[in-house]
Design a protein around this ligand. Structure first.
Ligand code: ZN
Length: 206
């Protein structure tokens, strides 16, 4: 039985797989893959993708001021869809950039989670309407709601390989940096369900 060595695009480890399998799960991380996709040569990493992500990483906040106001039973579905489509390009570029370099996957995701927190910090410091510490904290709190109710669930709903890992890394980095303003990772379905049950506080508790 011929064995071939492949790099798992999910975790970056090398795995040996019988060549005749059509699909298989990675022995390290459990991710399911189709052989045809893995044997096709990966697209080379494109610097334009990295540059795009850097330039647009914080658009999910910058372009959606006061977006927490869209978080009502009536408006949420449409507002979520608009946010998801408006930010899709950035997450797709991140996914391409990371998937083209499977061996560096974790380091790249960490790098962008750190960059997000840095851009978040710079953005809030630069806001004219938030000159005092108190005003900045209020603005950061409002934007954190956008992050938890819209950005992260939208990223997770796109079906990208980086969706789960990057959401969790972002949460970890963000919460470590802002322990008084934490968020948890939720899904669109959970949040819609929360409207029905009136139970959404779990998104912001340790
Ligand atoms: Zn794997």
């Amino acid at each position: 039985m011929e064995q071939i060595t492949l790099t798992c695009p999910a975790c970056g480890r090398e795995i040996n797989v019988p060549a005749e399998l059509e699909s298989f799960s990675c022995v390290y991380c459990g991710a399911k893959h189709r052989m045809a996709e893995l044997r096709a040569p990966a697209a080379p990493a494109d610097e334009a993708d990295r540059a795009y992500v850097e330039a647009h990483l914080l658009d999910c906040i910058r372009d959606y001021p006061d977006y927490y106001k869209e978080f009502t039973r009536k408006k949420y579905a449409a507002a979520f869809e608009a946010h998801r489509e408006g930010t899709r390009e950035t997450w797709e570029a991140l996914d391409r950039w990371v998937c083209a370099q499977p061996a560096r996957r974790e380091a790249l995701l960490e790098e962008f989670a750190e960059l997000f927190v840095q851009q978040w910090e710079d953005f809030h410091l630069s806001q004219q309407k938030a000159r005092t510490k108190h005003a900045r904290e209020r603005l950061a709190f409002a934007n954190k709601l956008t992050l938890a109710w819209f950005t992260v669930p939208a990223l997770r709903s796109l079906g990208l390989s980086v969706g789960e890992d990057f959401s969790c890394l972002l949460r970890d980095r963000f919460n470590a940096r802002y322990p008084k303003n934490i968020f948890n990772v939720g899904t669109y379905e959970e949040i819609q369900g929360g409207f029905r049950r009136r139970g959404l506080a779990g998104l912001f508790k340790k």
